[in-house]
Design a protein around this ligand. Structure first.
Ligand code: MSP
Length: 512
């Protein structure tokens, strides 16, 4: 069985500081990467910045900086955000790096050699903000401004010599791909949009620009720079040593298992990208998932709308794990979601402090007081012990399937339900009334500690820092976490010492 797993975030435009939308994509990918690692996979998790093109060139000019100097500065803030978000990425790629130039030019040369690229002239609409070409019927006039219907970004008329990729030749092959791999595009609703776009007929795609210079040069014609999307998409190959297709990195990790992206850039990933790859005789990725947007009010956050939510502010106020937990649990994954302070606080107070944190503290305090800080012996487990303990092994395969289908909400619902049930178990068993029956007392304590261990293991991909703190009760280190162990009801070794831990989550006091 292939135990490698390659997962990517989009590479972000360093045109302005990162915001909550970027943080969301990255946290989601980190969640999957961490889960696959504790499932025993060798994971390669890639993120980075997309630094070429007119959008970046203009942003640099506006800031009176040279493009590279500007990118160095902003890309650094994305790198710092990765640290702030506790991302477990294995690499951070910048498209201004040499390894990437080499890889893009190589892909271009192959496409050109195969006759997939030809020189002609482009005339049509272009949105610099989206770095996308639009046909006339994809645009409309709003308040006297010509905009792209899909994104609302303004478009400008463009007429220049350009290289074209023969996208029209790949229409049937793409439709075949969508049919043969029904989960190539998820969620399903988004897949339908893509399929009908491709069915409606694909035009050849302009893949070079002549009127500005901030990009990777076309190897055979230095007057042209390569279209920023052909450039950007190739980052997924550059990071695994392409063009060296004999390298271990390439062999282990291509095709990528999952490109996680926002729904705004699905067309680039689910149409153009597989077409480029198929045309170059390279296998397409296994899956592209287009998640929804984090809205600010009713709108997508963007710099031009001035409605940016800053993840760092929320983290400073409530902590990283609270934000991670909130985004993963409360956003219905695949759909748009709103950031609501009330819901964030309710996650902290009810789920994290009252439910999970309190379970750990209560059980630990009770254990210390009654049997000392150690794992007790277990006597025979009764029906109630077995029902709650076995619900993990009974649901194990479901949990794995939830992750493989990117069903974050079902995974989170299982955890919330288990936190609730574990607290209820401890209450219902009333161990404080069983002090005379030491065997039963020990068994209840053992079962409760096992439940804390299982829940903390499940929480590792969601709130890694807090999960590690909780697992420290049992001296379990990060590289010792395996999801499979939740199936084991006697993982904890009787007689071994346990640690006390600090309070995991402080409740937020709300003043009306
Ligand atoms: N540079 C391109 C991607 C190239 S990938 C080969 C790009 N960059 S971006 O910075 O504009 O946005 C990248 C991604 O950030 C989006 O696809 C999405 O995943 C995420 N988000 C940006 N704004 C968002 C929200 N408001 N909500 C959720 N995610 C959003 O497009």
């Amino acid at each position: 069985m292939n135990k490698n797993y390659y997962i990517t975030t989009p590479i972000y435009y360093p045109s302005a500081k990162p915001h909550m939308g970027h943080a969301y994509s990255s946290i989601v990918v980190d969640f999957f990467a961490r889960f696959k690692r504790i499932e025993g996979y060798k994971v390669f998790f890639l993120t980075g910045t997309d630094e070429h093109g007119l959008k970046i060139q203009r942003a640099a000019e506006k800031n009176k900086k040279k493009p590279l100097e500007f990118c160095d500065e902003i890309s650094k803030t994305f790198k710092e955000l990765s640290k702030t978000l506790n991302l477990s990425n294995n690499d951070f790629i910048r498209t201004t790096e040499k390894r990437h130039h080499k890889s893009v030019q190589n892909l271009w040369n192959i496409l050109e050699k195969k006759g997939e690229i030809y020189l002609s002239k482009y005339s049509g609409w272009y949105s610099v903000s989206d770095e996308a070409f639009y046909s006339d019927d994809e645009t409309e006039t709003r308040d006297d401004v010509k905009v792209a219907k899909s994104s609302g970004s303004s478009v400008e008329w463009l007429e220049e010599e350009s290289y074209f990729f023969k996208l029209s030749n790949w229409q049937n092959k793409l439709l075949e791909l969508y049919e043969k791999s029904p989960s190539f595009i998820l969620p399903k609703s988004r897949k339908n949009e893509v399929v009908s776009f491709v069915k409606s007929g694909l035009k050849d795609l302009s893949v070079s620009r002549k009127s500005f210079s901030w990009g990777i040069k076309v190897p055979s014609n230095k007057e042209h720079v390569i279209y920023v999307w052909l450039d950007a998409l190739t980052n997924y190959l550059s990071a695994i040593n392409y063009p060296d297709t004999n390298s271990d990195m390439y062999k282990n990790f291509w095709p990528a298992d999952l490109h996680m992206i926002g729904k705004d850039i699905l067309r680039f990933h689910a149409v153009y990208w597989p077409a480029f790859l198929l045309a170059a005789d390279l296998p397409p990725p296994k899956r592209v998932y287009g998640h929804g947007w984090i809205l600010s009010g009713e709108e997508k956050m963007s710099k031009s709308k001035g409605n940016i939510l800053d993840p760092v502010e929320i983290i400073n106020e409530h902590g990283l794990d609270a934000l991670r937990y909130y985004l993963l649990k409360e956003v219905s994954f695949g759909n748009d979601g709103n950031i609501s302070k009330e819901k964030l606080i309710s996650c902290i107070n009810s789920d994290l402090a009252n439910n999970f944190g309190n379970l750990c503290q209560r059980v630990l305090a009770f254990t210390e007081k009654n049997i000392g800080l150690q794992i007790p012996q277990i006597d025979s487990l009764n029906k109630e012990d077995l029902i709650i303990l076995n619900s993990y092994s009974d649901n194990y395969q479901n949990l794995i399937d939830f992750i493989n289908n990117q069903n974050i909400n079902s995974y989170m619902n299982f955890i919330v339900d288990q936190m609730f049930k574990a607290n209820k178990y401890f209450n219902d068993q009333e161990p404080w009334k069983k002090k005379e029956d030491t065997k039963r007392l020990s068994t209840i304590i053992y079962t409760s500690l096992e439940l804390i261990r299982k829940i903390s293991t499940l929480l590792y991909p969601v709130i890694p820092q807090s999960s590690l703190k909780a697992l420290n009760i049992f001296k379990i280190k990060e590289n010792e976490i395996y999801i499979e162990t939740i199936k084991n009801n006697s993982f904890l070794k009787s007689g071994s010492a346990i640690n006390k831990i600090d309070i995991l989550f402080k409740k937020v006091i709300v003043n009306d």
